[in-house]
Design a protein around this ligand. Structure first.
Ligand code: FMN
Length: 346
């Protein structure tokens, strides 16, 4: 009996963890869902119109359940001195890649309200969120339309808060995980509990299903998640090498060459702590006092896009978790089947 899986009506307790930005792909989400797992679309950087379009693309490719993920809105301030220093530091890399000088964009992020409205009105089977607590009003609005609501926690007290807000399930995101930390309470280090320690403690603390995430990349990881009491395993990094994942060749090459100790936490690309393969941009920007998220995220976008095209991995956000060496190129359906083989029936 696995209430989460039964409620979703999926065959395998394996989820494509939401991956926003370059890795977000309707084709990848649909391939995972079609293979009996649950694909979750990382829609955080999409315009509301693109969200509607991507959901339609998924539905055209599969009639299986899927999810959509957004970032909870963050309080942030525009500090002009930090912004100017960041632009100055960034100009060096722009020059190196032959790009025009960095420009301050008209806006730094999409409107969460409009993104949320786009997801809400699409009646998706599952909505997941990170970086905060969605709160009971929006949670209930989704649930009233039969959408399952999943929050992200990186420590026990975050999981308890999400449960109190009415979430149907919680992702326990361990410190090993690739890309942004979902943390929203306390310091960075308080939110860096490893998956092996975090999952059973969250399972003990809440009464809702727990989805394990962070460092799960093969059937052994899935089996471990099950043994720790999780109701499903969510896998991000390992899917970056899936055939359907549209990231640049330079990013895929860096993932294929990475060792277990090659990732580090950085705020340099986005202003929020995230794990990626350490590169020159991360090292050189580390001493800088950064503007708040999402300012750096918007400002580094032209550099990241140009670097992807030029094959300049030193300037790419090479988001990856500590299990990255376990990732292998293969069709997403094969990875779903491989991962699912780790889950013991019965
Ligand atoms: C490239 C990339 C992008 C990500 N983007 C998001 C996102 O938009 N929203 C989110 O909730 N989590 C995001 N994550 C975190 C994953 O959902 C998940 O927690 C993590 O990948 C699990 O650890 P693993 O990478 O070791 O499998 C991202 C992860 C990666 C690798």
């Amino acid at each position: 009996m696995n209430p989460l899986i039964e409620r979703l009506g999926i065959r395998h307790p394996v989820m494509l963890a939401p991956m926003g930005g370059e890795a977000a792909s309707a084709a990848l989400v649909a391939a995972v869902s079609q293979a009996g797992g649950l694909g979750i679309l990382g829609a955080a950087y999409m315009t509301p119109a693109r969200i509607v379009e991507a959901i339609a693309e998924i539905r055209a490719l599969t009639d299986r359940p899927f999810g959509v993920n957004l970032f909870c809105p963050q309080a942030w301030q525009r500090d002009e001195a930090r912004l100017a220093a960041f632009i100055e530091a960034l100009s060096v890399y722009h020059q190196e890649l032959g790009l025009p000088p960095p420009q301050v964009p008209q806006r730094f992020e999409e409107s969460f309200e409009e993104q949320f409205e786009a997801v809400l009105s699409a009646d998706v089977p599952l909505f997941s969120y990170t970086f905060g607590d969605l709160g009971s009003t929006l949670t209930r609005a989704l649930q009233a339309r039969d959408t399952l609501v999943v929050g992200t926690a990186t420590q026990v007290r975050e999981a308890r808060q999400l449960e109190a807000g009415g979430a149907d399930a919680v992702v326990a995101q361990g410190a090993e995980a690739g890309a942004h930390r979902g943390s929203f309470l306390g310091t960075r280090d308080e939110g860096l509990v490893g998956t092996l320690a975090l999952v059973p403690q969250v399972v003990d603390a809440v009464h809702i299903p727990v989805i394990a995430a962070g460092g799960i990349a093969d059937p052994r990881g899935v089996r471990a998640a099950q043994a720790l009491g999780a109701s499903a395993a969510a896998v991000g990094t390992a899917f970056l090498l899936a055939d359907e994942c549209p990231i640049s060749a330079a990013y895929k090459a860096a993932l294929s060459e990475a060792a277990d100790s090659d990732t580090a936490l950085t705020r340099a690309f986005s202003g929020r702590w995230a794990r990626g393969i350490e590169n020159r941009f991360m090292r050189e920007m580390a001493p800088l006092a950064l503007p708040d998220f999402p300012i750096p995220n918007a400002l580094t976008r032209p550099l990241r896009q140009a670097a992807g095209k030029a094959g300049a991995a030193q300037f790419l956000s090479l988001w990856a978790g500590q299990a990255v060496p376990l990732a292998r190129p293969m069709p997403a359906a094969q990875l779903v089947a491989t991962l699912a083989s780790g889950w013991q029936a019965g």
